[in-house]
Design a protein around this ligand. Structure first.
Ligand code: SAH
Length: 382
């Protein structure tokens, strides 16, 4: 997998992107170059702790290795295509990748933490009916370096005077909840998560790194085996009929299989729990009977339900549940013994809220063209 990244980078740009390598990958690269593996640790500290990108400044690294790095490697970051700060302090950036597509990254500060919401794909192939990213179609997976590059670049920007008004400016938490389905980009995701956790890189604790998935069951199991991070699952419905409509991947991995995978995931660590995301859609999934069914479904599974008010976007075809419906749902769920949180929407004035990230995607699947040509959209098929 690491070799794939290496090969890709070489073909695309001529130079290796060092951000593509986690510690194991970097060690093996350096070994191939005839260097001692511990050089990887030194190199990572320069890059991630000291934020030095000029190899000539890396004083504890031999001159020969510095020369080789200079010739064949670089730290390639995306470009900032657009930057916005919301009135609640949420920051949203469109980052332009070398292929010309943009992905969006969001920073959500509070008094004591800063959460970066990171994208994993250009667009998304999954087509959840209430999500703006789905409307963009899909172009490609991000590389490890492009995932990690969002952290590096966001922190670099947050350190500039322009962001001085933001209440908290350090990335203390990461959620893989930006554009894309992270578990559909597994091979690039895992080294990126390793870098977030690695003390020589970001050094975040495992509870501060969350992967959110629409429910790709085999990949949940592989994630459990390979890296220790928190898991969020986009459930959104208590029955297969309804979930098939909202999250079509449910037809392949129905709720029972998904919850079994969640149970396996939490057995690893007695303290861990699953965060189930539940978008509140008026008249669709927000009735008391949905709450009761959800409570029954989740009984006995260590979890929390995160109720997300639906964030609208043009042509979405859904409305957010009323406050009354949200409160009622919360009460019903609580009665069943399942803990639920009513999430506040952040950054909606700059379209930075969940499901509003759209970037600028050159859709390879032609999803929108096909959809608008289909009778469902009231047009005659061409
Ligand atoms: N593909 C991953 C990450 C997606 S985004 C996943 O499905 O989990 C993170 C969360 O935002 C998901 O739970 C997603 O279902 C939710 N979401 C998508 N569109 C939304 C919208 N318009 N309003 C509120 N939440 C939305």
């Amino acid at each position: 997998m690491i070799m794939t990244n290496v090969a890709q980078t070489q073909v695309l740009e001529g130079k290796l992107n060092l951000l593509d390598f986690d510690r194991v990958g970097l060690r093996s690269l350096l070994e191939q170059w005839g260097e001692k593996p511990f050089r990887a640790d030194q190199l990572m500290k320069w890059v991630y702790h000291d934020r030095i990108s000029d190899f000539s400044e890396m004083s504890n690294i031999s001159k020969a290795l510095r020369g080789r790095l200079q010739d064949s490697a670089e730290l390639r970051l995306p470009e900032v295509a657009e930057a916005q700060i919301s009135r609640d302090g949420t920051c949203k950036w469109a980052f332009k990748l070398s292929c010309g597509n943009n992905v969006e990254t969001v920073f959500i500060p509070t008094d004591d933490r800063g959460t970066l919401c990171v994208s994993s794909q250009v667009g998304c192939a999954l087509d959840c009916s209430f999500c703006a990213t789905a409307r963009q179609g899909f172009n490609r997976n991000l590389t490890t370096g492009e995932i990690v590059g969002q952290l590096v670049l966001a922190q670099k920007l947050l350190d500039t005077p322009e962001y001085q008004s933001v209440s908290y400016r350090r990335i203390s938490n990461v959620v893989m909840m930006g554009m894309g389905e992270p578990l559909a980009n597994f091979n690039a995701l895992v080294p990126a998560l390793n870098l977030m956790l690695d003390d020589n890189a970001w050094g975040l604790s495992k509870r501060r790194v969350t992967v959110s998935t629409s429910g790709i069951v085999p990949a949940i199991d592989r994630l459990r085996e390979q890296v220790d991070v928190a898991l969020a699952v986009s459930l959104h419905a208590p029955t297969d009929d309804l979930r098939n409509e909202l999250v079509p991947i449910n037809k392949k991995y129905p709720i029972k299989d998904l919850l079994d995978a969640c149970r396996r995931y939490v057995t690893r660590d007695h303290k861990s729990h699953i965060m189930f995301e539940y978008v509140m859609l008026e008249g669709v999934n927000d009735q008391p009977e949905h709450a009761r069914a959800l409570g029954k479904l989740l009984r006995g599974l260590p979890c929390k339900v995160n109720m997300i008010p639906f964030n609208p976007f043009p042509g979405a075809g859904y409305t957010v549940s009323s406050n009354n419906a949200i409160n009622r749902f919360w009460e019903e769920l609580n009665k069943t013994g399942v803990r639920a949180l009513k999430r506040r929407t952040r950054g909606d004035d700059i379209d930075a809220a969940c499901g509003q990230l759209a970037g600028d995607v050159d859709d390879k699947t032609q999803r929108m063209a096909k959809k608008f040509a289909s009778p469902r959209y009231g047009e005659t098929p061409s």
